[in-house]
Each structure stands twice: as structure tokens, then as C-alpha cells.
Design a protein around this ligand. Structure first.
Ligand code: EPZ
Length: 431
């Protein structure tokens, strides 16, 4: 296993190019199973989660080739309907295979995803929506079995205790595109990643109205055809690097993101005294030197609210912001695995229910820390960039799930960070 060694103190200066969106690419890969025609996907990020998804798809019957990096040719002439535990357990998001399996084959047998460190990951809303369409579901031996012999369009309310469900919306939309009649989804997720999925489905011949809103109306068609689709850039990756530029008091330009998708983040960063300059629709500059960091009160919400996937990164920023900040997590109330590790680096954070109370501005020191989930890992790296002395981040396979070549991108703008074999760590630090 590899580790990251970070020497803190270097301001990030230069330009970072954003990669394709993991959370758009995953349901979009699944959507190619809805047709036996060939599909071409461009700007697919090079991530372990993408590799997990393509492994499952190949098991199910897809032929997948990469002519050039990030450009996938996919064709699935026939489709198995059982996604096995040994593959599904590697990545919870594989639950978005339910949609295409039911849409095209009218049956599915998928291992239940189980939970993960950021909290419970239920699929009750997915099941509620599928049942409304006429699916018959049962759970046995850790698998969910679904038959859809008498499926037809219906009116579905998909809202849950924490608002919409992103992959639940993706599943329902994918099923509805090939379901006779009209399906109306209320309280649908309207994240940019869902919008991108719908845009691709339209290219495949789907009939979807209300894209970008919380109410979608889908008219089922007999079949979908292949298409070519360019995956949107990753807004969470972009936001992560904007926070890094602010924390290190650098002069960092982030290129390739769709700025209009960063509204909540830009609003909160501005409120936190971060100096942002929008250069054009896809380019934003953070001037750390011109920033006067100010504590904030932040609450995560479904889109267009502040994204939960940037919550850990904001805890890191508030740890270096003098004053009292409050970060409240409304989507995954337990999503604070980064806090104990940040505390070990000197951050003054306490957890009160679903809120992190951060007394920012305390000196931060490098330490051997343990990555636990994708976004918590990013927060540890960002904190290492501003900590005195050396930070060793272990279990960085979590990071590799969602950040393409993070250490290379950070090195290119001046960070003292390198990926090393675990044996390079001082023996007393090795987990
Ligand atoms: C997607 O997960 C993202 N993953 C997550 O990003 C992201 O944090 C999440 O949406 C919220 O924005 C992908 O797109 C691959 P949800 P998803 O269903 O769809 C509850 C990352 O770091 N819920 O929108 O699985 C659930 O417990 C990852 O890139 C139910 O109660 O999330 C949560 O509290 C982490 N019942 C809330 O809704 C359900 O049936 C939002 O979950 C489904 C969800």
C-alpha cells in the first residue's frame, strides 16, 4: 500500500485542470447498459471507482475498450441480471446498476451495498419508487431480487428524511425511460450529475422533461440507441482545490469546472473571506493572499445547497480560520471521520450531534494520519499542506477512488507532496 508524505508550508501557485466527474460518470456508465448499441463516453476520470464499475459491467456482459485515456467504447449485446457480492461490495454506487437491469431485462439481482464509514447507505427510497412502477422486490441472502413483468409508468414521490436521493433518482429515471406510460418523479435530485445523466439519456432517444428541476416527467419508449457523450467536469474536485488554494494562501487557478455548478461553494467561500475571481465560465482563481479568512456557519443540503462532499474540506479550512465556526451535516449526520484525524494534527474541533464546532487558528502540526473515506482523505491532505513538519497519510486507496492523480496535480502547483511505498514511513508510524 502507498502513503503520501507532505511537507507543509508551500503556497499553491499555478493552474490545476479539473478531471471528469466521478459522480456523473458512474450512473452514465450504467446507463450504457440500457441499449445493445455501442456507446462512446469521453472525459471519464481515471479512478478506482470507475475501474470497479467497468469490472462489474464486463462481468454482466459489456465489452469495454479505451482508445485514448478517458475515452471509453462500450457495447453490451447481452446482459446478465445478477451483480455478485464480490464485485458490488467494492463500491456502494454500483447500486445504480438496478435501473438499467430492470429497464432492459425486467429483472435484477444485486447484492445489497451495505453501509460505509460515512454512515448508513439505505436504498428504501429506490425500492419505494420501483414498487410504485409495479416491481416485485424481495431480499434474500444479502441480495435484492426484483421482477418487473408488469411494469408501467406511475407518479413517484422520492423525497426522504434528508431530501432527495441522487442515485435513487438515477435508478428511477433509467427504469422509466423504457417503461410503458409516463413516470412523474417528484422530489427528484437535481444535482448536475443527474442533469448530465438525463442529457445523455436524451441523446439515446429517451423522452425526459423537467431536467434540472425537482420534478421529472419521463415518457417510456420501446428502445434506446447508442450515443457519444462527454462527461461533465467534477465540481467536488474543483471545490477541493479551491479550498486548498485558500488554505495555503496561494494564487491558484482552477480550470475546467462549470462555475455555475459551484454557486453554494463560492457563496460560502466568499462569506469566509476567500478572494475568488471568476475568469470565465470554466475558470476561477483563488487569491489566498488577498483573502481575510473569517469563521462561518455552514449547513450541507441537497443541490443547489452546499454539497456534503465538500463538508470535510471546509472543516479543514475552518481549522485554519481564527474564530468559532459551525459546520452542520444534514445529509450524512455521522460524516465526521476526518475530525479525529484533524484533531491529531492540532485542530480544535468538537462534535455536537450533527455539527462540528471549530475553534480555528490553532497551530497545526504534521502527523501520521489515517484516511477513512474519500472526502475525509482529501481534508487530511489539505491540512497537511498547511501544517508544520511532515504529514504521512496512510490508506490513500480511499483518495484514489475519487481524485485523479491528486499528488501530481498538487506537485504541479508547488506542493511538497509525494506518493511513496508504505515502507518509506518511519517504522513506528506504520499501521
Ligand atoms: C451520491 O450518493 C454521491 N455518490 C455521494 O458522493 C453524495 O455524498 C450523495 O449522493 C449526496 O449528495 C454518487 O453519486 C456515486 P443519496 P447517493 O441517495 O446517491 C438517504 C462522494 O464522496 N437515503 O443522495 O448514494 C441517505 O442515507 C460520494 O463522492 C435514504 O434515506 O446518496 C443520505 O442520508 C459519497 N434512502 C441521503 O438520503 C435511500 O433510499 C442522500 O443519499 C437513499 C438515500
Amino acid at each position: 500500500m502507498d502513503v503520501l508524505r507532505i511537507e507543509g508550508g508551500n503556497p499553491l501557485t499555478g493552474t490545476i485542470q479539473v478531471s471528469g466527474s466521478k459522480n456523473a460518470a458512474l450512473p452514465i456508465l450504467a446507463a450504457t447498459l440500457l441499449t445493445e448499441d455501442p456507446c462512446t463516453l469521453e472525459n471519464v476520470p481515471n479512478l478506482s471507482d470507475i475501474n470497479f464499475m467497468t469490472q462489474i459491467m464486463e462481468y454482466l456482459g459489456s465489452t469495454i475498450t479505451q482508445e485514448t485515456p478517458g475515452c471509453y467504447q462500450i457495447q453490451t449485446p447481452s446482459l446478465k441480471t445478477k451483480a455478485p457480492y464480490e464485485l458490488v461490495r467494492k463500491m456502494r454506487a454500483s447500486i445504480c446498476l438496478l435501473g438499467p437491469l430492470i429497464g432492459r431485462m425486467r429483472e435484477a439481482e444485486v447484492s445489497l451495498p451495505g453501509g460505509c464509514v460515512i454512515g448508513q447507505r439505505p436504498i428504501d427510497l429506490h425500492i419505494k419508487g420501483l414498487k410504485k412502477l409495479g416491481c416485485v422486490t424481495s431480499v434474500k441472502n444479502g441480495y435484492i431480487h426484483i421482477r418487473a413483468d408488469k411494469i408501467k409508468g406511475a407518479h413517484v414521490f422520492l423525497g426522504g428524511r434528508q431530501g432527495s436521493t441522487v442515485l435513487g433518482t438515477a435508478n428511477l429515471v433509467m427504469v422509466a425511460t423504457l417503461t410503458p406510460g409516463t413516470t412523474r418523479i417528484e422530489s427528484a435530485a437535481c444535482e448536475p450529475e443527474i442533469v448530465d445523466l438525463c442529457h445523455m439519456l436524451i441523446k439515446m432517444g429517451a423522452k425526459i422533461e423537467g431536467i434540472g428541476s425537482h420534478t421529472l416527467s419521463i415518457e417510456g419508449v420501446d428502445r434506446l440507441h447508442g450515443c457519444t457523450h462527454n462527461v461533465i467536469p467534477d465540481r467536488i474536485e474543483a471545490g477541493t482545490y479551491l479550498v486548498a488554494g485558500a488554505m495555503t494562501r496561494g494564487d491558484l487557478t482552477v480550470k475546467g469546472a462549470q462555475i455555475r455548478q459551484l454557486g453554494a461553494l463560492n457563496d460560502k467561500l466568499s462569506e469566509a473571506g476567500v478572494h475568488l475571481e471568476v475568469i470565465d465560465d470554466e475558470t476561477i482563481r483563488v487569491d489566498g493572499n488577498a483573502s481575510e479568512l473569517t469563521p462561518i456557519d455552514l449547513i450541507t443540503l441537497p443541490y443547489p445547497g452546499f454539497p456534503t462532499d465538500l463538508q470535510a474540506q471546509m472543516c479543514a479550512l475552518m481549522s485554519v480560520t481564527p474564530g468559532l465556526s459551525v459546520v452542520t451535516e444534514r445529509i450524512y449526520p455521522n460524516r465526521f471521520m476526518h475530525v479525529p484525524e484533524l484533531q491529531r494534527m492540532g485542530a480544535n474541533i468538537s462534535i455536537e450531534g450533527a455539527s462540528a464546532i471549530i475553534q480555528g487558528g490553532t497551530p497545526l502540526f504534521g502527523a501520521p494520519v489515517m484516511a477513512s473515506d474519500l472526502r475525509a482523505s482529501a481534508a487530511l491532505v489539505l491540512t497537511g499542506l498547511v501544517s508544520e513538519e511532515t504529514t504521512w497519510v496512510q490508506r490513500i486507496y480511499h483518495l484514489d477512488r475519487g481524485y485523479e492523480s491528486m499528488e501530481k496535480k498538487l506537485q504541479s502547483v508547488g506542493a511538497a507532496i509525494e506518493r511513496l511505498p508504505q515502507t518509506a514511513m518511519p517504522a513506528e508510524f506504520i499501521d
